[in-house]
Design a protein around this ligand. Structure first.
Ligand code: NDP
Length: 332
């Protein structure tokens, strides 16, 4: 068995030195436990936050200990009544090839109903983040013009497509490469998209949405948020999902300099945490899974092979190596 431990806390951009790859004995399941052979694990931007020693909604990873996060695996030993060897489960003990889980610390998933990877992406936590963030936090309504940053990623790509499907007037996305911009417009049906590395976000957003935007779904923060506040219309709504441009910052980052516009424009700015919307998971899957199966909603996945390359996958995620969901294929 192999596991990835946090070797040290990053200062700024994480490096390979922050991770330690350790070979261990394959564990076995005790009473009321199962042993899972992990097949696919997720790397997520939020893991950068958990590498810091600060109190947040998820506890920090501890130096010297195995990291954790979403994974899907196959049950290879079971001492739990309703779980059989060969069942597939979704759980939070990623970053390792084998996981012993107490009863109830997993949910069964059906490999016949959808590819196992989708339970970590479009039908899983990132998908629910997009769905609840757009519909609940941003109070989306038909006719809105929607701007989403990080638009070619797991969350952003679904936000834009959902907004289109639900009657947005116009959907604009930003992403970090020409190929991603092409993908947004040609493959995912965004009305406009731009590469935020090509020039000031405010100018590019104004060119893409000359009449302004009604909703901003923020995955990035910083310059993007400031540009969105400038471009947003009266009673506009901003859902703050993530601020990935600031996750590696070593100094406090400046607030949007134009925040005072919140007053005259009567803006609503709302933080969003997917954990608060877990009750919508079933409704979300019932609504979205058929659209994914029919191809009306498209999703991309970027796979990195092998547990030993999981740090590469994570570092790549932070620098935009992924289109859609970034995943590690641990075993077949
Ligand atoms: P993504 O699949 O979007 O991957 C992260 C992407 O961020 C990269 O591909 C990269 O794309 C982009 N990025 C990296 N650095 C920067 C930067 N400096 N400026 C702009 N873009 C950058 O990840 P997820 O879909 O999993 O997550 C998207 C956002 O949603 C994150 O901010 C995350 O923290 C947040 N999130 C929040 C949740 C919540 O409950 N609040 C739950 C899940 C996610 P590019 O090539 O375009 O730069």
């Amino acid at each position: 068995a192999t596991e990835i431990r946090l070797a040290s806390r990053p200062e700024g951009v994480p490096t390979h030195d922050n991770f330690e790859i350790v070979d261990t004995e394959v564990p076995s399941a005790g009473d009321n436990q199962i042993l899972v052979r992990n097949l696919i694990m997720s790397v997520d931007p939020a893991m950068r936050g958990r590498m810091r020693d600060v109190k947040s909604y998820a506890p920090p990873f501890q130096v010297g200990e195995v990291m954790s996060g979403g994974a899907v695996g196959e049950v290879v030993e079971s001492n739990v009544d309703d779980v059989k060897v060969g069942d597939h489960v979704l759980h939070q003990a990623g970053w390792r090839t084998h996981a012993v889980l107490d009863a109830g610390r997993y949910v069964k998933v059906d490999a016949a109903a959808a590819p196992l990877s989708t339970y970590l992406g479009v039908l899983g936590m990132p998908g629910l983040t997009a769905y609840s963030g757009l519909l609940v936090s941003a109070e989306f309504k038909p006719g809105d013009t929607v701007f989403v940053s990080g638009a070619a990623g797991a969350v952003g790509s679904l936000v834009g497509q959902l907004a289109k499907l639900k009657g947005a007037k116009r959907v604009i996305g930003s992403a970090g490469s020409a190929e991603k911009v092409r993908h947004l417009v040609e493959d995912l049906g965004f009305d406009a998209a731009f590469n935020y590395k090509d020039g000031p976000v405010a100018e590019q957003l104004h060119a893409a949405a000359p009449e302004g935007i009604d909703v901003y779904f923020d995955n990035v923060g910083g310059e993007h948020l400031e540009a969105a506040i400038d471009a947003i219309t009266l009673h506009g709504r901003i859902a703050i999902c993530g601020m990935i441009s600031q996750y590696n910052a070593t100094e406090p980052t400046p607030a949007p300099r134009n925040l005072a516009q919140v007053i005259a424009k009567r803006l609503t700015i709302r933080g969003l945490l997917v954990l608060d919307h877990w009750h919508l998971q079933q409704q979300f899957v019932e609504e979205i899974a058929p659209l994914v199966n029919s191809g009306e909603i498209k999703y991309s996945e970027t796979f990195v092979d092998g547990i030993r390359n999981a740090p590469d996958a994570f570092l790549g995620l932070l620098s935009g190596a992924n289109t859609g969901k970034m995943l590690v294929r641990i075993a077949d």
